[in-house]
Design a binder for this molecule. Structure first.
Ligand code: SF4
Length: 92
């Protein structure tokens, strides 16, 4: 599974609808023609998501790497462990 998300820069989006034509698997349009991104970019649509980003005439689409869902919690736990270790303590 890809860990990318498709983001829309709303002030720059001019509702051309091209992204929904290229990537109908995860992009649909609302009644005004603005994109609605549904779900995450899976590896099977990653290439088409990149094409949609390149094709957007106003550069309003961006493909970003999503952080792992539990990565932040693990990092915090790791930080706490390091902090306690620094002062000679351990986690209960
Ligand atoms: S192609 Fe770009 S400008 Fe057009 S609807 Fe999609 S994000 Fe908006």
């Amino acid at each position: 599974m890809s860990n990318h998300t498709l983001r829309v820069d709303w002030p720059n989006c001019k509702a051309h609808g091209l992204c929904a034509e290229i990537l109908p698997e995860i992009v649909s349009l609302d009644q005004w023609g603005y994109p609605i991104v549904m779900g995450v970019v899976t590896s099977d649509v990653l290439t088409m998501a990149r094409s949609a980003v390149k094709a957007c005439p106003t550069l309003a689409l961006r493909l970003t790497k999503a952080p792992p869902r539990h990565g932040r919690i693990k990092n915090r736990a790791g930080w706490l462990t390091d902090f306690l270790h620094h002062f000679g303590m351990s986690r209960p």
